[in-house]
Design a protein around this ligand. Structure first.
Ligand code: PLP
Length: 323
């Protein structure tokens, strides 16, 4: 909304993310345009974006058109999935060349940094954070915030946040109720002091998993998460790629281990996006990730023995060879 994206426009993003990423695009009236992910990090693939622009878009009258839909491509929306920053350098280069704005979905990545210590949400025109209770910094209900380095954009977002009114009761814009409740802000203000410690403990848990999986010799069945060299991953989720995922998940549930699938249906196959005309096979890496990924418990309060138990149960599943 702040970038004035609406009907007739389009925004490029990933099909392998929480629904809100594309939901926000569609709710402005714009069209989500999907590009596939990198299989190792599950994040938007810059080469895929480049290929998409070359094959399906053209510049005419100073506008970048998506040929088949006749929409104007206005922005790129990478997602820093699971708490690892999506490498921004190649995407920012594409955006500069193509004249696109960049909106970072940093909902899962507060405090995550790339190899040059750039924090998630600091490189694009706007960074978006969520304080939904499942995030590393979770409120007791709903909350979120946007970041920007652009003073004019910051002012515009402040106005949109309060129904577009400034001064009060004078509306040059149509905004919405996008405020954080005082109550949630108070909770977050206290929890913020603990955030780095909680994220460090998630990281320590991830290292225990990594080592335990390596020792268990499960490479043939389980791929542990890959952190890019020098990147600081905050492990909002610890997501493994496995064979016979659904059977494993059932067996873990029976052993008292809660797991989750982020995400079972890629966005291009969601019913509400049928109008985009996609089908099975359009984004094979996103579809494969949706079939193979499983998020293990990673929260800061877990004891090492609990993590070892999880790995041991997974080892037992594959040793059993049960279907
Ligand atoms: C949680 C999440 C959101 C949305 O957050 P809300 O607080 O529900 O608006 C958006 N994108 C991603 C990737 C998320 O994980």
């Amino acid at each position: 909304m702040a970038l004035d994206i609406g009907p007739g426009d389009a925004v490029i993003t990933t099909p392998y993310t929480f629904f809100a990423t594309a939901g926000t695009i569609a709710r402005t009236g714009a069209r989500p345009l999907f590009c596939d992910i990198e299989p190792e990090t599950f994040n938007l693939s810059a080469p895929a974006v480049r290929r998409f622009l070359e094959a399906h878009c053209e510049r005419r009258d100073g506008v970048l058109w998506h040929r088949s839909s006749g929409t104007r491509v206005k922005a790129l929306m990478p997602v820093h999935l699971y708490g690892q920053v999506c490498p921004m350098e190649p995407l920012l280069a594409i955006a500069r060349e193509a004249g696109l704005r960049v909106i970072e979905d940093a909902a899962q990545a507060i405090g995550a940094r790339d190899a040059l210590a750039h924090p998630a949400g600091s490189r694009g025109d706007i960074g978006c954070f969520s304080f939904f209770p499942t995030k590393n910094l979770g409120a007791f209900g709903d909350a979120g915030l946007c970041t920007t380095q652009d003073e004019a954009l910051a002012e515009h977002m402040r106005i949109l946040r309060v129904h577009g009114g400034k001064p009060k009761y004078h509306h040059a814009f149509i905004g919405g109720n996008f405020r954080i409740d005082e109550l949630q802000a108070a909770v977050l203000n206290i929890k913020l002091d603990y955030l780095d410690d909680w994220s460090a403990r998630r990281g320590a848990n991830a290292r225990i998993y990594d080592e335990a999986f390596a020792r268990a010799g499960l490479e043939a069945h389980v791929a542990t998460p890959r952190t890019l060299p020098g990147f600081h991953h905050i492990y909002n989720q610890y997501v493994i790629r496995v064979q016979r995922r659904d059977a494993l998940r059932e067996q873990l549930a029976a052993a008292g281990v809660g797991t989750e699938i982020y995400y079972p249906i890629p966005l291009h196959l969601q019913k509400c996006f049928a109008y985009l005309g996609h089908g099975e096979g359009d984004f094979p890496e996103a579809e494969r990730a949706a079939r193979e990924t499983l998020a293990l418990p990673i929260y800061p309060e877990l004891a090492a023995a609990q993590l070892h138990y999880v790995v041991e149960r997974i080892g037992a599943f594959y040793a059993g060879g049960a279907a």
